[in-house]
Design a protein. Structure first.
Length: 308
């Protein structure tokens, strides 16, 4: 068992960050812990290490011996990036989702705070249904964050909590303001349009939940194992035969149904903005699946069957 000298350079400035003496069987996580021993504020989740200056991030479980250069087997270089202060994924998601829940209910239960003291909280049927759907969606997200989701990374940059919350909280106020407004008008086709939208919303919410359960069951507790997702006995998961990210497909379906049910432009803009971001995420995940798994099903699209 030999010893390696590991030089850590900053990925941008190329300044030497640390020089470490480590066993050849050490992992990238061991390197991060050794860096923290020298610089206490650089806890492992805050660090990114690469074998090349602009290469892909190295996984914690990878052994450093795999990245030795042939011309010098006892010395090696790694490139470091400080990801900045981190916060737990669960904290980020709970903050993102609790905000829209509270904000929407404020508009619904206390319209006099928003529209003036003479406004009552008597609403059309569709407004009550829309509130129930909104609460159901975000309550479901909170419960999934607490009891279903398994995260491959423990943390994310703390700045994301402000960026993501601004998006969710801002759109919640935008949508709630118009749907609960005293001058809101009901959908053109009346009950037919309302209940068709409600049926579509509930169908897609169940589909989204089913996919989250399937993805959670795919990864053993406490591990970072990645597997190819396939349909289970649950019919909602059959969409895995067509797309790599059916959770996003169902999510977009939910909000499109909400738009149909409420017939409001703010809800449509919220759906377009969220849908665009989910398409970007899905394409990236689909590409990674195909790179990582040699036998990944070639007939799948990323998010929209037969199209994208």
């Amino acid at each position: 068992m030999s010893e390696l000298t590991v030089e850590i350079f900053h990925s941008k400035s190329l300044k030497l960050v640390a020089t470490l003496k480590l066993d050849s069987n050490a992992t990238i996580l061991d390197v991060k812990k050794a860096i923290r021993a020298q610089k206490s504020y650089l806890y492992p989740d805050r660090q990114m290490l690469r074998a090349e200056q602009t290469g892909k991030p190295l996984k914690d479980e990878e052994k450093i011996i795999n990245f030795r250069t042939k011309d010098n087997e006892s010395n090696m270089k790694l490139y470091f990036k400080d990801l900045g202060p981190q916060v737990g994924w669960s904290t980020v998601f709970l903050t993102e989702y609790a905000g829209p829940l509270f904000i929407y209910l404020l508009f619904y239960f206390r319209p006099s705070f928003i529209y003036g003291p003479t406004v009552s909280n008597r609403y059309y049927k569709v407004v009550n249904i829309a509130c129930a759907c909104w609460v159901f969606h975000y309550a479901k997200r909170i419960l999934e964050t607490l009891f279903v989701h398994k995260f491959s990374h423990a943390t994310m940059p703390i700045r994301n909590i402000f960026k993501n919350s601004a998006y969710y909280w801002g759109f919640a106020a935008f949508v709630a303001y118009y749907i609960n407004h005293p001058l809101y008008t009901t959908p053109y086709f009346g009950d037919l349009q309302i209940y068709a939208g409600l049926a579509g919303f509930l169908f897609n919410e169940l589909g989204n939940f089913s996919i989250h359960i399937a993805l959670s069951n795919l990864r053993p507790e406490g591990s970072k194992v990645r597997k190819i997702p396939f349909p289970t006995s649950n019919p909602f998961t059959y969409l895995f035969n067509l797309v790599s990210c059916p959770n996003y497909t169902y999510e977009i379906g939910s909000w499109l149904s909400f738009v149909v049910m409420t017939q409001t432009v703010p809800a449509l803009l919220f759906t377009i903005a969220g849908g665009y971001q989910m398409i970007v995420w899905a394409i990236g995940k689909h590409r990674n699946y195909r790179k990582e798994f040699e036998k990944y099903p070639r007939g799948r699209k990323a998010i929209i069957p037969f199209i994208i």
